[in-house]
Design a protein around this ligand. Structure first.
Ligand SMILES: [Zn+2]
Length: 683
């Protein structure tokens, strides 16, 4: 299959893999001997079970979960439930066996499971059986950060290839397993590994928390739990997980925004560790925003303190790896002391830059400063532990690639967060897209491993705001140029309004080399006779997003009242960006999809089109609500009526999982908190 590397490239990559100690490649093992193996029957044409799933006698929870997923999908495809047994109690019939997890059978077949990398899985047809063998980790099967899930990844590979299973969105209606009379599997002889060390779409929901928004507009507790669970299952089906905790904020001192709280702790004694302001003072420049400050990273005292705190933590956990997080606080790098400015070096040439980038210079272009900061801290820490890893993100006014004279190294893990407030959002001008790729390349060429940590998917509120081709173009470029992982902040979960767009976001983590249109066509194929109309429908919205790019940027600028938070204020501008006339042509196409799907009445295809309709109806209602909320002349009664209609509709459709209502309620709170009558009396 074309998404596997050829054997020749494979050798080179295995060498690299050994060199770096990472487990991020998918490669086929020798194909010899495959001629003797043939497809194994799992459900025979008479719709009888022909195979039993066999688990180790003491399986890890992830192996049990993998076995359950396998049986569940076979049952959707055929209506036949295949049995699951323990290795010590295998029934005589059915005859064929699918061994899942770390079984004795896999050892007998010569698979050295204990030597496999954390999330690897061997798929092997052997002696008339199928082995899905892995060294599974302990823990919750739905925990994407800690549970090694090799057997589960093996099961999903088999489900995709032998059953053509697709997972379009969370929940039952979004799971497509074509109906068949019989199931065969294999033959297999290969090892599968996730393509990136870390695959993360932040879920954007707390199953037991409540959002910081108007609760009438959010999920109920029961809806929230169901949504969070369905989404977690979906994310695992798209292989979200972590092959090496050592690389991604595990066992790390000061992870995230590393210096929050430092001004309180150390500001009095060591003001010189903190940003110098233009007036010569140190620390937070604005007393109303006491946590908005950056560090004086060229200060040797600060560097020593970081290493000292790490050393203390390291000594508390002898024998365990301990990394150093030195992500700057959630603000630009603004120290204007002479030494930091000297570290910045000459100001880069601003001529010919794509518009909007000027702001990423404010107050200075600080990438070189932070690259040198990394080198200094590493130099100090390496005196104690030569292989210590540093975690850093390139953000705000320092996401530009550093000067090519600065050499970083493989122990500096860089999160690439292109972020410049007004500009850069998708869809973006072509020259911006290219310019961003160059920044990625610059970091990659510095010698540091780079992962993608964007905020872009926070945008768009509940609107059909989609741009799959441009997004995939960027993602695939990064993937081709050394991307070791992802961390997307965050899923807004507008599954019905943005269907194939979010499907692509998840799916491209599994098949990053696949042409984007193939992945989008997979999505459409799950609509059966309505596939073509569904394709047209989302092409309409993608084209709409592209044509209105400039207008969107202008509207957001003019209506956001000097605030920079584009995505958080989207409800303030949605009525301008998506007026009623934008919806009419979309509705006509979706009507066509409904008619086409009705050729098979009560079918799953019709249910999927109905799901998309919920997204469209909801988006239109959101716009109608925005129109009155954003109109200062609107009557209180009109506002209350519009909100009432939106709330009523949400109550009706919430349980379908069509949208993450909690995220929406937060955006609505941010956008409308000053509108009279918005907040309910109890908040
Ligand atoms: Zn400084």
């Amino acid at each position: 299959m074309d998404y596997f590397l050829t054997a020749r490239i494979m050798k080179k990559h295995i060498a690299l893999h050994l060199l770096l100690g990472w487990n991020w490649l998918v490669f086929p093992l020798a194909i010899e001997g495959m001629a003797n193996q043939k497809k194994m029957s799992v459900v025979n044409p008479g719709r009888q079970p022909a195979a039993v799933i066999v688990l180790p006698d003491q399986p890890q929870p992830i192996a049990e979960y993998a076995a359950a997923e396998l049986a569940h999908h076979v049952e959707i495809a055929t209506g036949v439930r295949i049995p699951i047994a323990s290795e010590s109690a295998i029934p005589k019939s059915p005859k064929n066996r699918i061994y899942v997890g770390s079984t004795r059978a896999a050892r007998r077949a010569g698979i050295a499971q204990e030597k496999l990398p954390g999330e690897a899985c061997v798929l092997k047809s052997s002696g008339g059986n199928l082995l899905i063998a892995a060294k599974d980790g302990p823990g919750d099967p739905l925990d994407t950060n800690h549970t090694f899930s090799g057997s589960l990844w093996g099961v999903y590979e088999v489900l995709e290839r032998d059953l053509n299973a697709l997972w379009l969105w969370p929940g039952e209606v979004g799971s497509y397993v074509p109906k068949v009379r019989e199931v065969t599997m294999g033959p297999y002889d290969e090892t599968v590994l996730p393509r990136f060390v870390h695959r993360m779409l932040r879920p954007g929901i707390h199953p037991t928390g409540t959002p910081n928004g108007d609760l009438r507009l959010a999920f109920t507790a029961a809806e929230r739990q169901k949504y969070a669970r369905d989404q977690a299952v979906f994310l695992r089906r798209h292989r979200m997980g972590n092959s090496d905790g050592n690389y991604f904020s595990e066992r790390t001192t000061g992870s995230g925004h590393s210096f929050e709280g430092w001004w309180k702790r150390f500001g009095r004694e060591h003001p010189d560790w903190f940003q110098m302001n233009p007036d010569g003072s140190r620390g937070p420049a604005d007393p109303r925003r006491p946590e908005k400050y950056s560090m004086c990273v060229s200060n040797p005292g600060l560097q020593r303190k970081i290493v000292e705190l790490w050393k203390e933590e390291r000594e508390k956990h002898p024998g365990e790896p301990m990394n150093i997080g030195i992500g700057e606080n959630d603000t630009g790098g603004t120290c204007s002391c002479p030494r930091c400015l000297e570290w910045d070096g000459p100001v880069p040439d601003r001529r010919g830059l794509p518009p909007g980038l000027e702001r990423s210079y404010l107050p200075t272009q600080a990438s070189n400063r932070y690259a040198r900061f990394l080198l200094e801290v590493q130099r100090l820490a390496a005196e104690i532990e030569p292989n210590v890893k540093l975690h850093f993100f390139a953000f705000e006014n320092y996401f530009w690639a550093p000067a090519d004279t600065i050499r970083l190294n493989k122990n500096m893990v860089i999160g690439f967060v292109p972020w410049f407030r007004w500009a850069g959002w998708f869809p973006r001008p072509a020259e911006m897209q290219e310019w961003l790729k160059q920044q990625w390349l610059g970091w990659q060429k510095s010698g540091a491993p780079v992962y993608y940590r964007p905020n872009w998917f926070l945008d768009g509120w509940s609107m059909p705001h989609v741009y799959p081709h441009q997004f995939a173009d960027a993602f695939q470029f990064y993937a081709r140029h050394g991307m070791v992982g992802t961390d997307f902040d965050s899923l807004m979960g507008q599954w019905a309004a943005q269907g194939p767009h979010l499907y692509l976001l998840a799916r491209i983590h599994v098949r990053p080399e696949e042409p984007v249109d193939n992945l989008l066509n997979e999505f459409c194929s799950a609509f059966g006779p309505a596939a073509e109309a569904v394709g047209d429908y989302f092409r309409y919205w993608e084209d709409y997003s592209l044509r209105n790019r400039e207008r969107a940027a202008d509207a957001i600028r003019s209506r956001s009242n000097g605030l920079f938070r584009r995505y958080a204020l989207y409800a303030r501008v949605a009525d301008e960006l998506y007026p009623p006339e934008a919806f009419a042509p979309a509705q006509r196409i979706l009507d066509r999809a409904r008619t086409a799907a009705a050729a098979k009445p009560d079918s799953e295809y019709a249910r999927r089109v109905a799901f998309l309709q919920e997204g469209l109806t909801h988006a239109r209602l959101c716009v109608e609500t925005a129109e009155v909320m954003n109109d200062p002349r609107a009557e209180a009664a009109a506002r209350s009526a519009a909100l009432g209609r939106l709330i009523a509709y949400r109550r009706k459709v919430a349980s379908s999982g069509m949208a993450n209502l909690d995220r929406l309620s937060v955006i609505e709170q941010e956008s409308w908190k000053d509108v009279p009558g918005f907040l309910p009396p109890d908040r």
